[in-house]
Design a binder for this molecule. Sequence first.
Ligand SMILES: CC(C)(COP(=O)(O)OP(=O)(O)OC[C@H]1O[C@@H](n2cnc3c(N)ncnc32)[C@H](O)[C@@H]1OP(=O)(O)O)[C@@H](O)C(=O)NCCC(=O)NCCS
Length: 214
Amino acid sequence: MTPSANPSEEIALARAMAAMAPAGIRTGCRIIRRRDEVHLLPPEARSIPARQPAMRRASGAARWIAHRLLADAGFDGFALLRSPSGAPAWPGGMTGSLAHDDDMAVAAVAPVGRIVSLGIDVEPALPLPDDIFAIVSTAADRMGSADRRLAGRILFCAKEAVYKAAYPLDREVLGYEDIAVDLDAGRATTRMGRKVSLAYCVAPRVVVLAFVAG
Ligand SMILES: CC(C)(COP(=O)(O)OP(=O)(O)OC[C@H]1O[C@@H](n2cnc3c(N)ncnc32)[C@H](O)[C@@H]1OP(=O)(O)O)[C@@H](O)C(=O)NCCC(=O)NCCS
């Protein structure tokens, strides 16, 4: 079960994400609150297929963050539509990524330049169940000095973040076996040969940022 988030965790996570994000990448987080679906702008709500109320709340919370990050970058009021692939459609000259677990939403944005694509994922800071680890990990993965208790969770989070960064560039659906992660090197490589850089934090939640350099 995911431990529910509290307001102090939101502040701590915002600080941890800002500390690990490379220069040029802006990040944010928000505890998913009751009625957060109201933060979906009407075109956004129409672009997101009917789903369970909890999923719409999570998408609303993630867009609440993205709207603020985009406004800071000069895109006030931009409607972040969900494209048919699921990837968000960022304004020209910007890239970014969204994620949510049961309780927390996160987002990251960057101007396109040194970075051409971003991926993010968030997970509770809990060990990954063994049966899921067996599906996610391959012999090519290197966990290096990562916290043993959380290594599987970080690996899972990293592969999801890498997928979100790589998909908009390569348009290839990847499985866990298609992504090799080297955590100490801060790098991952996909089946397509795409090189993706990684940064992560583990407290109070596991968040991985994946980014492709231009
Ligand atoms: C992208 C994907 C991994 C997201 O995982 P998830 O656990 O469902 O959800 P998360 O909270 O982590 O992320 C959701 C966000 O991902 C983003 N997203 C969805 N599809 C995406 C894609 N193809 N490319 C980039 N971002 C995408 C969306 O912004 C979405 O938020 P929204 O629904 O509020 O718009 C999943 O939807 C998917 O497409 N999986 C197929 C491939 C796969 O699972 N491979 C194994 C992992 S490598």
